[in-house]
Design a protein around this ligand. Structure first.
Ligand SMILES: NCc1[nH]cc(CCC(=O)O)c1CC(=O)O
Length: 300
Protein backbone atom coordinates (compact mmCIF):
# COMPACT_ATOMS: atom_id res chain seq x y z
CA UNK A 1 0.00 0.00 0.00
CA UNK A 2 1.09 3.61 -0.53
CA UNK A 3 1.07 5.46 2.77
CA UNK A 4 1.34 9.18 3.48
CA UNK A 5 3.11 9.65 6.80
CA UNK A 6 2.75 12.99 8.59
CA UNK A 7 5.46 14.37 10.87
CA UNK A 8 6.97 17.59 12.17
CA UNK A 9 10.07 18.59 10.31
CA UNK A 10 12.58 18.84 13.14
CA UNK A 11 15.59 16.60 12.70
CA UNK A 12 14.44 14.34 15.53
CA UNK A 13 10.90 14.09 14.15
CA UNK A 14 12.28 13.25 10.71
CA UNK A 15 14.57 10.61 12.18
CA UNK A 16 11.55 9.06 13.87
CA UNK A 17 9.43 9.28 10.73
CA UNK A 18 12.16 7.66 8.66
CA UNK A 19 12.54 4.91 11.24
CA UNK A 20 8.83 4.06 10.90
CA UNK A 21 9.07 4.43 7.12
CA UNK A 22 11.87 1.87 6.93
CA UNK A 23 9.90 -0.62 9.05
CA UNK A 24 6.90 -0.25 6.72
CA UNK A 25 9.02 -0.54 3.60
CA UNK A 26 10.35 -3.85 4.90
CA UNK A 27 6.73 -5.01 4.80
CA UNK A 28 6.51 -4.04 1.14
CA UNK A 29 4.71 -0.70 1.45
CA UNK A 30 5.73 2.61 -0.05
CA UNK A 31 5.84 5.58 2.27
CA UNK A 32 5.71 9.26 1.45
CA UNK A 33 6.79 11.62 4.23
CA UNK A 34 4.64 14.75 4.56
CA UNK A 35 6.14 17.42 6.82
CA UNK A 36 3.86 19.73 8.78
CA UNK A 37 4.76 22.81 10.83
CA UNK A 38 3.06 22.81 14.24
CA UNK A 39 2.44 25.76 16.57
CA UNK A 40 5.07 24.30 18.91
CA UNK A 41 7.62 24.74 16.11
CA UNK A 42 6.68 28.38 15.58
CA UNK A 43 6.91 29.49 19.20
CA UNK A 44 10.56 28.88 19.94
CA UNK A 45 11.63 30.83 22.99
CA UNK A 46 8.82 30.57 25.52
CA UNK A 47 8.71 27.60 27.92
CA UNK A 48 5.89 25.36 26.79
CA UNK A 49 4.49 25.38 30.31
CA UNK A 50 3.88 29.13 29.88
CA UNK A 51 2.11 28.75 26.55
CA UNK A 52 -0.10 26.25 28.27
CA UNK A 53 -1.75 24.72 25.25
CA UNK A 54 -1.88 20.96 25.15
CA UNK A 55 -0.72 19.17 22.06
CA UNK A 56 1.21 22.03 20.52
CA UNK A 57 3.41 19.62 18.59
CA UNK A 58 0.59 17.46 17.28
CA UNK A 59 -2.49 19.59 16.60
CA UNK A 60 -1.79 20.55 12.99
CA UNK A 61 -0.73 16.98 12.20
CA UNK A 62 -4.01 15.69 13.62
CA UNK A 63 -5.87 18.17 11.45
CA UNK A 64 -4.08 16.76 8.40
CA UNK A 65 -5.19 13.26 9.49
CA UNK A 66 -8.79 14.34 9.94
CA UNK A 67 -8.79 16.09 6.57
CA UNK A 68 -7.37 13.03 4.84
CA UNK A 69 -4.13 14.72 3.75
CA UNK A 70 -2.10 11.99 5.48
CA UNK A 71 -2.82 8.37 6.43
CA UNK A 72 -0.79 8.07 9.60
CA UNK A 73 1.03 10.38 11.97
CA UNK A 74 4.24 9.63 13.86
CA UNK A 75 4.75 11.53 17.12
CA UNK A 76 6.94 11.31 20.19
CA UNK A 77 4.41 9.68 22.48
CA UNK A 78 5.21 12.14 25.25
CA UNK A 79 4.05 15.04 23.08
CA UNK A 80 0.59 13.53 22.52
CA UNK A 81 -2.22 14.74 24.84
CA UNK A 82 -4.23 12.09 26.69
CA UNK A 83 -7.48 13.13 25.04
CA UNK A 84 -7.43 12.83 21.25
CA UNK A 85 -9.74 14.56 18.78
CA UNK A 86 -12.92 12.64 17.97
CA UNK A 87 -12.25 10.05 15.28
CA UNK A 88 -8.52 9.55 15.91
CA UNK A 89 -6.66 6.91 17.89
CA UNK A 90 -3.17 5.80 18.77
CA UNK A 91 -3.15 2.39 17.14
CA UNK A 92 0.47 1.50 17.92
CA UNK A 93 3.25 2.34 20.33
CA UNK A 94 6.75 1.42 19.18
CA UNK A 95 9.30 -0.36 21.35
CA UNK A 96 10.43 2.02 24.00
CA UNK A 97 13.92 3.43 23.72
CA UNK A 98 15.75 4.14 26.97
CA UNK A 99 13.14 6.26 28.83
CA UNK A 100 15.52 8.21 31.07
CA UNK A 101 16.83 11.75 31.08
CA UNK A 102 20.50 12.51 30.69
CA UNK A 103 22.77 15.27 31.89
CA UNK A 104 25.26 16.78 29.47
CA UNK A 105 27.83 19.00 31.20
CA UNK A 106 30.44 21.29 29.72
CA UNK A 107 33.06 20.08 32.18
CA UNK A 108 31.84 16.49 32.45
CA UNK A 109 30.64 17.10 35.98
CA UNK A 110 27.84 14.94 37.29
CA UNK A 111 24.83 16.49 38.98
CA UNK A 112 26.33 15.95 42.43
CA UNK A 113 29.69 17.47 41.40
CA UNK A 114 28.52 20.72 39.81
CA UNK A 115 29.76 23.79 41.72
CA UNK A 116 27.05 25.64 43.71
CA UNK A 117 25.23 28.18 41.57
CA UNK A 118 25.89 26.31 38.32
CA UNK A 119 23.30 26.92 35.64
CA UNK A 120 21.34 23.93 34.37
CA UNK A 121 19.20 24.34 31.26
CA UNK A 122 15.80 22.72 30.90
CA UNK A 123 12.29 23.99 30.28
CA UNK A 124 10.65 20.94 31.73
CA UNK A 125 9.09 21.51 35.15
CA UNK A 126 9.36 17.78 35.73
CA UNK A 127 13.13 17.92 35.24
CA UNK A 128 13.48 21.18 37.15
CA UNK A 129 11.96 19.91 40.41
CA UNK A 130 13.95 16.69 40.28
CA UNK A 131 17.18 18.69 39.80
CA UNK A 132 16.33 21.04 42.67
CA UNK A 133 15.43 18.22 45.00
CA UNK A 134 18.94 16.86 44.73
CA UNK A 135 20.70 20.20 44.29
CA UNK A 136 18.65 23.10 45.68
CA UNK A 137 21.74 25.31 45.23
CA UNK A 138 21.74 25.09 41.43
CA UNK A 139 20.09 27.56 39.07
CA UNK A 140 17.62 26.05 36.62
CA UNK A 141 17.10 28.20 33.54
CA UNK A 142 14.82 27.98 30.53
CA UNK A 143 16.17 26.06 27.57
CA UNK A 144 14.10 25.41 24.50
CA UNK A 145 14.70 24.42 20.90
CA UNK A 146 15.45 21.13 19.23
CA UNK A 147 18.23 18.83 20.39
CA UNK A 148 20.91 20.45 18.17
CA UNK A 149 19.97 23.93 19.37
CA UNK A 150 20.06 22.91 23.01
CA UNK A 151 23.51 21.37 22.66
CA UNK A 152 24.74 24.42 20.76
CA UNK A 153 23.51 26.68 23.58
CA UNK A 154 25.48 24.57 26.06
CA UNK A 155 28.58 24.84 23.91
CA UNK A 156 28.13 28.60 23.62
CA UNK A 157 28.44 28.78 27.38
CA UNK A 158 24.90 29.83 28.23
CA UNK A 159 24.62 26.86 30.60
CA UNK A 160 26.99 24.68 32.62
CA UNK A 161 24.79 21.63 32.08
CA UNK A 162 21.63 20.68 30.26
CA UNK A 163 19.12 17.88 30.73
CA UNK A 164 17.62 16.08 27.73
CA UNK A 165 15.80 12.85 26.95
CA UNK A 166 18.19 9.96 26.34
CA UNK A 167 16.02 8.87 23.41
CA UNK A 168 16.42 12.15 21.54
CA UNK A 169 20.15 12.40 22.29
CA UNK A 170 20.73 8.87 21.04
CA UNK A 171 18.66 9.32 17.88
CA UNK A 172 20.51 12.55 17.05
CA UNK A 173 23.91 10.92 17.51
CA UNK A 174 25.06 12.76 20.63
CA UNK A 175 25.34 9.72 22.88
CA UNK A 176 29.09 10.28 23.26
CA UNK A 177 28.39 13.63 24.95
CA UNK A 178 26.32 12.18 27.80
CA UNK A 179 27.81 12.92 31.22
CA UNK A 180 25.30 11.04 33.35
CA UNK A 181 22.12 9.04 33.06
CA UNK A 182 19.73 10.51 35.62
CA UNK A 183 17.46 8.37 37.76
CA UNK A 184 14.65 10.92 37.47
CA UNK A 185 11.10 9.73 36.94
CA UNK A 186 10.62 10.21 33.20
CA UNK A 187 7.80 11.93 31.36
CA UNK A 188 4.78 9.86 30.53
CA UNK A 189 5.53 8.04 27.27
CA UNK A 190 9.13 9.23 27.02
CA UNK A 191 11.13 7.07 24.60
CA UNK A 192 8.24 5.58 22.62
CA UNK A 193 6.71 6.72 19.35
CA UNK A 194 2.96 6.93 18.87
CA UNK A 195 1.35 6.02 15.56
CA UNK A 196 -1.92 7.87 15.18
CA UNK A 197 -4.59 7.08 12.59
CA UNK A 198 -8.26 7.63 11.83
CA UNK A 199 -10.32 5.18 13.89
CA UNK A 200 -12.28 4.05 10.88
CA UNK A 201 -9.19 2.94 8.89
CA UNK A 202 -9.49 -0.72 9.90
CA UNK A 203 -7.39 -2.11 7.08
CA UNK A 204 -4.60 0.37 7.71
CA UNK A 205 -4.60 -0.50 11.41
CA UNK A 206 -4.05 -4.14 10.50
CA UNK A 207 -1.10 -3.18 8.32
CA UNK A 208 0.41 -0.97 11.02
CA UNK A 209 0.07 -3.55 13.77
CA UNK A 210 3.62 -4.76 12.98
CA UNK A 211 4.85 -1.49 14.50
CA UNK A 212 3.24 -2.16 17.86
CA UNK A 213 5.30 -3.32 20.83
CA UNK A 214 2.89 -4.85 23.28
CA UNK A 215 4.87 -4.23 26.46
CA UNK A 216 5.48 -0.58 25.52
CA UNK A 217 1.77 -0.19 24.68
CA UNK A 218 0.75 -1.55 28.10
CA UNK A 219 3.15 0.81 29.87
CA UNK A 220 1.90 3.71 27.75
CA UNK A 221 -1.69 2.91 28.73
CA UNK A 222 -0.86 2.89 32.43
CA UNK A 223 1.18 6.10 32.28
CA UNK A 224 -1.35 7.95 30.12
CA UNK A 225 -4.22 6.94 32.40
CA UNK A 226 -2.16 8.38 35.27
CA UNK A 227 -1.65 11.64 33.38
CA UNK A 228 -5.28 11.88 32.35
CA UNK A 229 -6.50 11.37 35.91
CA UNK A 230 -4.20 14.15 37.13
CA UNK A 231 -5.40 16.28 34.23
CA UNK A 232 -1.74 16.99 33.77
CA UNK A 233 -0.61 19.44 31.20
CA UNK A 234 2.93 20.67 31.16
CA UNK A 235 2.10 23.34 33.77
CA UNK A 236 2.41 20.86 36.63
CA UNK A 237 5.61 19.00 37.51
CA UNK A 238 4.74 15.33 37.28
CA UNK A 239 6.02 12.11 35.82
CA UNK A 240 5.33 8.40 35.74
CA UNK A 241 7.17 5.31 34.71
CA UNK A 242 5.60 1.89 34.21
CA UNK A 243 7.33 -1.39 33.57
CA UNK A 244 6.49 -5.06 33.42
CA UNK A 245 8.19 -7.48 35.76
CA UNK A 246 7.11 -10.93 34.68
CA UNK A 247 3.36 -10.68 34.54
CA UNK A 248 3.20 -7.82 37.00
CA UNK A 249 2.79 -4.19 36.01
CA UNK A 250 4.56 -1.70 38.26
CA UNK A 251 4.12 2.04 37.96
CA UNK A 252 5.90 4.79 39.89
CA UNK A 253 4.87 8.39 39.71
CA UNK A 254 5.11 11.80 41.33
CA UNK A 255 3.50 15.19 41.41
CA UNK A 256 5.17 18.26 42.86
CA UNK A 257 4.69 21.94 43.47
CA UNK A 258 6.61 24.30 41.17
CA UNK A 259 9.73 24.52 43.36
CA UNK A 260 9.98 20.86 44.28
CA UNK A 261 9.31 21.55 47.96
CA UNK A 262 6.20 19.38 48.12
CA UNK A 263 7.17 16.28 46.19
CA UNK A 264 4.65 13.46 46.43
CA UNK A 265 5.76 10.08 45.14
CA UNK A 266 4.21 6.63 45.18
CA UNK A 267 3.88 3.38 43.26
CA UNK A 268 1.28 0.80 42.41
CA UNK A 269 1.22 -2.76 41.12
CA UNK A 270 -1.38 -4.63 39.14
CA UNK A 271 -2.21 -6.78 36.18
CA UNK A 272 -1.02 -5.71 32.72
CA UNK A 273 -4.56 -6.30 31.42
CA UNK A 274 -5.70 -3.60 33.82
CA UNK A 275 -3.01 -1.08 32.92
CA UNK A 276 -5.39 1.86 32.81
CA UNK A 277 -6.91 1.24 36.21
CA UNK A 278 -3.45 0.78 37.75
CA UNK A 279 -2.32 4.16 36.38
CA UNK A 280 -5.54 5.78 37.48
CA UNK A 281 -5.26 4.28 40.97
CA UNK A 282 -1.74 5.68 41.35
CA UNK A 283 -2.93 9.14 40.32
CA UNK A 284 -5.79 8.99 42.82
CA UNK A 285 -3.36 8.01 45.58
CA UNK A 286 -1.18 11.02 44.77
CA UNK A 287 -4.22 13.30 44.69
CA UNK A 288 -5.29 12.19 48.15
CA UNK A 289 -1.72 12.45 49.48
CA UNK A 290 -1.65 16.20 48.76
CA UNK A 291 -1.71 16.30 44.98
CA UNK A 292 -5.12 17.87 44.93
CA UNK A 293 -3.83 20.80 46.94
CA UNK A 294 -0.87 21.19 44.57
CA UNK A 295 -3.14 21.30 41.54
CA UNK A 296 -5.38 23.85 43.22
CA UNK A 297 -2.42 26.10 44.03
CA UNK A 298 -0.94 25.90 40.55
CA UNK A 299 -4.20 26.53 38.71
CA UNK A 300 -5.44 29.29 41.04
N1 LIG B 1 10.03 17.86 24.59
C1 LIG B 1 10.48 17.64 23.24
C2 LIG B 1 10.80 16.21 22.98
N2 LIG B 1 9.83 15.35 22.61
C3 LIG B 1 10.42 14.10 22.49
C4 LIG B 1 11.76 14.22 22.78
C5 LIG B 1 12.75 13.14 22.78
C6 LIG B 1 12.20 11.76 22.49
C7 LIG B 1 11.39 11.18 23.62
O1 LIG B 1 11.52 11.65 24.76
O2 LIG B 1 10.62 10.26 23.36
C8 LIG B 1 12.03 15.56 23.09
C9 LIG B 1 13.34 16.14 23.44
C10 LIG B 1 13.64 16.15 24.92
O3 LIG B 1 12.73 16.11 25.76
O4 LIG B 1 14.82 16.23 25.28
Amino acid sequence: MHLRLGTRKSKLALWQANYVKSLLEKEGHTVEIVTITTSGDKIKDVPLAKIGGKGLFVKEIEEALLEGRIDLAVHSLKDVPTVLPEGLEICCVTKREDPYDVLISKNSQKLEDLPPGSVVGTSSLRRKVQILRRRPDLKVEVLRGNVDTRIRKLEEGLYDSIVLAYAGVKRMGYEHMITQILDFIPAVGQGSLAIEVRKEDKELKKILSVLNHEESMICAKAERAFLKTLEGGCQVPMGAFAKLEGDKLIIRGFISDLEGNKFIESYKEGKPEEAESVGEALAKDLLSMGGEEILREIYS
